[in-house]
Design a protein around this ligand. Structure first.
Ligand SMILES: NC(=O)c1ccc[n+]([C@@H]2O[C@H](COP(=O)([O-])OP(=O)(O)OC[C@H]3O[C@@H](n4cnc5c(N)ncnc54)[C@H](OP(=O)(O)O)[C@@H]3O)[C@@H](O)[C@H]2O)c1
Length: 253
């Protein structure tokens, strides 16, 4: 059985990946939709033409991950695509947010993504694809969004290394690095601090980011950076000293 696994499928870009793949991917038998909100996953499953398995799971919960690994062992699917979209960010000063919020970002964005990826790779074959939701926050440290930006640097670094490790198995790895995207992400992110005006101005739609990400993955690109503004930011982050960019960013606040 050929399957696609999407984490974070209950909203935002994870859900959008499911909808776009449903319309175009004919060689897949089933979609496995993973997130905590079962009702949202069921709603999405009902919308899809493909068969879909709803897997309500908190990816930071050891018991849920154990159940997921057991399911893989029992069903022995061929994972044609794994999309790691579960994640969250909370803006605010490092010491000001609650301990669980700070550590939770590391748990979901890094630890759970690592564990999920490792659980799935043995079931991937030549031409299987791995899509990792990083962020443009991976390009530069972000005072006021420090932990989130650090977790996304981790995701980008991990993706680039896995891309090399998995090359000999013929598995494609693409890191997706968008700037701000109009999703529920900001409902949680803005608990302590508001998004900078410049970020709000550059907000893009999830449909466009996902379309670009799927194209990049099909072309076996290492990264997908959507929008000219974010491409420019990426270039600057590779060419200018980060100390200078951080100084400019502080002045823009
Ligand atoms: N929106 C942006 O501006 C932006 C920009 C760059 C990168 N990103 C990244 O893109 C990815 C998708 O974000 P989005 O914008 O689509 O945000 P979103 O709409 O808030 O979606 C986040 C998803 O993560 C899931 N999730 C959170 N904690 C989880 C947990 N413990 N276990 C399982 N699933 C969990 C949520 O599902 P449940 O709540 O149902 O569990 C939800 O489906 C994230 O990794 C985010 O960091 C977002």
């Amino acid at each position: 059985m050929n399957i696609v696994i999407i984490t974070g499928a209950s909203s935002g870009m994870g859900k959008e990946f499911a909808l776009q793949l449903d319309a175009g991917l004919y060689t897949v038998d089933e979609f496995w939709l993973v997130a905590r909100r079962k009702d949202r996953l069921e709603e999405l499953a009902a919308q899809l033409d493909h068969m879909a398995k709803v897997i309500p799971a908190d990816l930071t919960c050891e018991e849920d991950m154990e159940k997921f690994r057991k399911l893989l062992k029992e069903e022995r699917p061929v994972i044609r695509m794994l999309i790691n979209s579960s994640g969250y960010g909370i803006m605010g000063r490092f010491t000001e947010m609650e301990r669980q919020e700070r550590l939770g970002m590391v748990d979901v964005n890094c630890r759970a993504l690592t564990d999920m990826t490792c659980a799935c790779i043995p079931y991937m074959k030549k031409n299987s694809r791995l899509i990792m939701m990083a962020s443009s926050a991976a390009f530069l440290p972000q005072p006021g969004f420090a932990v989130y930006a650090a977790t996304k640097s981790y995701v980008l670094s991990l993706s680039r290394a896995l891309r090399e490790e998995l090359r000999e198995k013929g598995i494609y790895v693409t890191a997706v690095c968008p700037g701000p995207v109009r999703t529920e992400f900001f409902d949680r992110a803005e608990k302590y601090a508001a998004t900078l005006a410049v970020k709000k101005f550059s907000c893009v739609e999830p449909e466009d980011v996902v379309r670009a990400a799927l194209t990049a993955s099909a072309r076996n690109r290492a990264m997908s950076v959507y929008s000219p503004l974010m491409k420019g930011f990426h270039l600057l982050s590779k060419t200018l000293p980060h100390s200078l960019l951080l100084e400019i960013a502080q002045k823009m606040k």
